[in-house]
Structure formats: C-alpha cells, structure tokens
Design a protein around this ligand. Structure first.
Ligand SMILES: Cc1cc2nc3c(=O)[nH]c(=O)nc-3n(C[C@H](O)[C@H](O)[C@H](O)COP(=O)(O)OP(=O)(O)OC[C@H]3O[C@@H](n4cnc5c(N)ncnc54)[C@H](O)[C@@H]3O)c2cc1C
Length: 553
C-alpha cells in the first residue's frame, strides 16, 4: 500500500457537481414565455445567445471580479491628482460582455421595434444572475437616455457612444472613446430621498440656460461607478434644482474637478465601487429646463427603478437555480433532497415566487416600451414600476436566505455564490427610492394622475373570471382605495396587495393554470404561511420545480 493510500482519509461523496457551465436562457422557461408574451419574441436569438455566456464565462468572472475589490488611486506616481479608481481587469471583461450583448443599449438600438425594452429587460435579468456590481453602471447607462434627450444638442453628441456595443475602459475624454458609460449623482449628505434639499450650487461660466456650461460646487454622498464617463447630477441655480451632465474630463481635456473623497465600505458586491465626491468647480452642461431638474432626472430614475425590479428578479432566479441544482444532487435520509416532500414544497414555493417576479418585470418593461404609443400603458408603467420595485425588492432578501438554506452549510460559505447574492439582496430596495418612498409614490400617482388607477384596474380586470380569489381581492382593493382615510399609513399593505394581484393577473393570462392557481391560492387565499415552503398540499410541486429548472440540466 502506498503512503498516499494509507493516509487517504476519505473520498468525497454526495456533493453536487458544479452548476456552471449551463445555459441560463434555455433552462429558464418562465423567462422564455414572458419574453414572447410581452412582445420581445423577435429578439429571442440575441437574448438566447447571452444564456450560455451568463451561465458559463460570467459565472467564473463574477467570482473573480468580486474577490478583487476596486482600488482608489487619488494621485498618480508623480503626485498629480487623478481621482482614479482601478477596477480589476475581469470587471472590465464583464462590462465588455454586457455591452457587446446589449444589456445597456439594446432598447435604444432597436427603438423603432415594439418590444425592444422587453428584450433589453431579459438581457438585464440574465446579466444580474452571475454578477451584480456591473449591473449598476450598465443600468445607469441604459436609463440616462430619456433624461439626456431633454437637451437635444447634448443628446445628439453623446447618444452614439452611449448606445455603442463597444466597451472602452480608457480613462480619456468621452468624445475620444468608442463607447461611454453614464452614472448619476443625486444623493447628498443632508438628504437622499428628499432631493429638494440638494445644496450643490451651479453658476454659469458664460451664457446661461439649457446646453450651456456651468461650474458646480458641492458634494455627493453616494456616487456609484465613479469611472463612468459622465454623470447626470442635480444642483441648485437661481431658478431651483436643475439637471447637469458632468463629464470626468472638462471640455478643455483636463481632469474635471470631481474629487473622489473615499470609496464606500459597503454591503453588497465587491466588484464595483461607490464613492463620496466633492465638486470643486467641476464643469457640466445644463440638461433640460432650468429649475426642472427633478422632473428631468426622474425620467432616468423611472428606468433605474424598473431595473431594481429586474435586478432583484435576477438575483432570486440565480438563488433558485442554485437551490434546485443542489437539491437534485444531494441525498439525505435515503432520498435525493429534491424528492423529500418538505424540500419540494420549499423549492416549488421559491419557483412560484421567482416566476411571478420575472412575469411582473417583463410586463412592466412592455408598459415602458409602449409608453410613447399608448397612454394607458404609460399610466400603467408609471404606477406598476413603483409597485413592482417595492414588492419584488422586498421579497429578495428572505428569498435568497431560503435558497441558501437549501444548500445547508455550503450555502453559507463564500465559495458558493449564495453569500454574494445574500449581501446584494437588500440593495435594490434601498437604492433609487427606498420602500416607503415607493409606496408614497404609488399614492402620489393615484392622487395626481387618476389615469394610473384606471390603468392598474384595467390590468387586474383583464384576468376577471380566471380565479375567484383574484376577483374577490380586486373588489376589496377597490373598496379600500376608495376609503381615503389614513392612506399613507396603510400604503405598504395596499401596495403589497396590488403587487400580488398584478402578479396573479399576469400569471392567469399566461396560460399555465396550475402555476396561476397555486399563486392565487397561496398568495391571495389563506393557504400560505409567512415563510416559503408553505404551499398547500394540493400544489403541483413537481411541475413548478420542473418548469423553473428542468431535470436534464
Ligand atoms: C450601494 C449604493 C449605491 C448608491 N449609488 C447612488 C448613486 O450612484 N447616486 C445617487 O444619487 N445615489 C446613490 N445611492 C443612494 C440611494 O439612492 C439613497 O441612499 C436612497 O435614495 C435613500 O436616501 P438616503 O440614504 O438619504 O436615506 P433617507 O432619505 O434619509 O431615507 C431613510 C429612510 O427614511 C425613509 N423615508 C424618507 N422619507 C420618508 C417619508 N416621507 N415617509 C416615510 N419614510 C420616509 C426612506 O424610505 C428610508 O427608509 C446609493 C445607495 C447605495 C446603498
């Protein structure tokens, strides 16, 4: 017997094989169905192409990019101030793959085709599964376009680079690059949700007004992806809060005076950086009407809020896939975990939640897509984005925790992706308007834009007769909304119920009766507990799990 044999203490058994590489699109029936249902089917080839990359190279890159945090290099070796953040080369590779496959640009490159935003939403949903840090600049780059178009001359100059499929990581002036990325700066120390408290001042360098150059003095408390080529920021002029496009390099080619103070030591991904900055006379162009900055930047915020909903859905999907894969390959007490009745309930319940999340995400994307052509869809997008962001982002942390638990101790160890997903899970509920702000926004929409209530109930009524529980819930919602007192304090509960009713309505029209009925029974009826894994015993556990992630994978 060799020495190696004598000291071989154990063989590794009953551990699952690696999930990756897998095809993250082909194995996702709820996504494929939603893409077709919401009008993005014509782009299936482009979305499908990203599936094996997401489940392959990006899974690997995501691990490595998050092991190598960005480094803040305020000065170069000769002592010149540079305010440079050094990202890991694999972060740049992830950005390159995302941009090449259209994550930030697909909707704008195919703007004339209905459904382009739906296809882009599917790409973003996929991208969020293996790596979330890069989703921040990719989202902001996608979302800046409607706000930037408030200043047509600036939009004409920047659009080709913002919608380019080439990623250019060089730290040089934006106009010399093959592609640009865009960030945003609203939040200041004294107020984030309450942006009216912004104190950064802007004064004209020469002529004043839209498209003119201003000098900005002030600070921003959160300023993510600080190596973006430019940022849409808010600052005060004599006319009030106004939107500006602030480039990293000033028009004369020198570093703009955007001084990075430090990087945030934050929860969540470690591949991307968020920073605190001071504007020490930084130069930027006014975008849109002076004094109307909040309205202008809200056009960007509407799309980043949509992406919070999509991002949380993507995180949940990755957690679900990991859980199902593990349970399929792990035995305990004489059976595969996936065959243990109680584990089947947990996995099926997670699958149902995940399917409802992606269904709502792509429905909201279709409403955004149709907004310019259809007033009712525009009203629906207005209210459903806030409802969806509130609810799905809130479901994400407990969802990831439950999926993590399916892996047992292995789900708590950093070598698995679950701890990374768990750290990231709360982000989307805080960023871009926290939970209360979303609920207040729903109330504001209902009060100031009555057409949003019409659009919401039209969507709910479209499934009338499909399930008695939904019919009853829609009736109750109508009654409760008409009872005007104490609306603000009741708004979380109301918005939660709107979200569930919306998800039920979409699933009922999706044509999968057993999925929709299980959702209605568990989420609208009283046949579900507070935790996941509490579906009624009548649920089609096997079907729900198999739809979510089929066995042959
Ligand atoms: C990782 C990360 C990256 C970020 N990146 C950026 C960025 O790039 N650019 C940027 O501009 N910002 C960024 N932010 C900031 C983020 O958008 C804000 O933190 C968020 O909008 C909340 O603002 P705040 O932190 O000032 O909290 P506050 O506004 O003080 O809110 C605190 C709490 O009070 C609640 N609240 C506020 N008003 C009310 C009310 N009237 N009634 C009831 N409750 C209320 C809020 O819902 C929240 O729960 C980032 C944040 C994070 C965590």
């Amino acid at each position: 017997m060799s020495i190696a044999d004598r000291f071989s203490t154990h063989s590794v058994e009953n551990q699952p094989p690696s999930l990756a590489p897998y095809d993250a699109y082909a194995t996702d029936l709820p996504l494929r169905e939603a893409l077709a249902r919401e009008g993005g089917g014509w782009a299936e080839q482009e979305v499908a192409q990203y599936g094996p990359i997401v489940g392959g190279e990006l899974m690997e890159l995501g691990v490595l990019a998050n092991e190598n945090r960005p480094k803040f290099r305020p000065y170069d070796r000769y002592g010149h101030r540079t305010d440079f953040i050094e990202f890991h080369p694999l972060y740049h590779r992830i950005m390159q793959l995302g941009i090449e496959h259209g994550v930030p640009n697909f909707a704008w490159r195919h703007e004339d085709r209905p459904g382009a935003h739906v296809a882009r939403a599917a790409l973003a949903y996929l991208h969020n599964q293996p790596e979330q840090g890069t989703s921040c600049p990719l989202t902001m780059t996608y979302a800046c376009v409607p706000a930037l178009r408030h200043q047509p001359d600036i939009a004409a100059d920047w659009m080709a680079r913002i919608t380019s499929t080439q990623y250019d990581a060089r730290f040089i002036p934006a106009s010399q690059k093959l592609g640009n990325t865009i960030g945003m700066g609203m939040t200041e120390k004294q107020g984030g949700s309450d942006v009216r408290s912004n104190s950064t001042r802007a004064t004209p360098v020469g002529a004043s007004g839209g498209g003119q150059l201003y000098e900005l003095v002030g600070h921003k408390w959160f300023f993510s992806a600080p190596m973006c080529d430019a940022f849409l920021v808010l600052a005060q002029t004599d006319a009030g809060i106004t939107c500006f496009l602030l480039p990293r390099f000033a028009p004369d080619g020198r570093h703009n005076a955007i001084r990075i103070q430090r990087l945030k030591d934050k929860l969540g991904d470690w591949s991307n950086a968020s920073s605190e900055v001071e504007f020490q006379g930084a130069l930027g162009w006014m975008v849109g009407e002076e004094g109307r900055g909040i309205a202008t930047i809200l056009e960007m915020v509407a799309l980043t809020r949509q992406d919070c909903l999509i991002g949380s859905s993507g995180i949940m999907r990755q957690a679900l896939v990991q859980a199902v894969h593990h349970a399929r390959h792990r035995r305990a007490f004489g059976k595969q975990l996936i065959d243990q009745p109680l584990m089947r309930n947990v996995l099926a319940d997670l699958a149902l939640e995940s399917e409802a999340a992606v269904a709502l995400s792509l429905r909201v994307a279709r409403a955004i897509d149709s907004s310019a052509r259809d007033a009712q869809e525009a009203a629906f997008a207005r209210i459903a984005t806030a409802i969806g962001k509130y609810f799905v982002c809130k479901r994400c942390p407990p969802f990831v925790n439950e999926a993590q638990e399916c892996l047992g101790g292995a789900g708590y160890v950093e070598e698995s992706i679950l701890p990374r997903l768990y750290r990231q899970a709360p982000l989307n509920s805080i960023w871009e308007g926290s939970g209360n702000i979303q609920c207040l926004d729903v109330l504001r929409a209902l009060a100031r834009e009555p057409e949003t209530a019409v659009a919401l109930f039209a969507e709910l009524d479209a499934a009338r007769g499909g399930n008695a529980l939904l019919d009853a819930e829609v009736g109750r919602l109508r009654a409760e909304l008409s009872r005007g007192e104490a609306l603000e304090v009741r708004s979380r509960h109301l918005v939660e119920r709107m979200a569930l009713a919306l998800q039920a309505s979409i699933l009922l029209r999706g044509g999968n009766d057993r999925v929709a009925d299980a959702f209605c029974e568990s989420r609208l009826g009283d046949a579900h507990g507070l935790c996941f894994g509490t579906l009624p015993s009548s649920a089609s556990f096997g079907l729900l799990i198999e739809r979510a992630f089929p066995a042959q994978t």
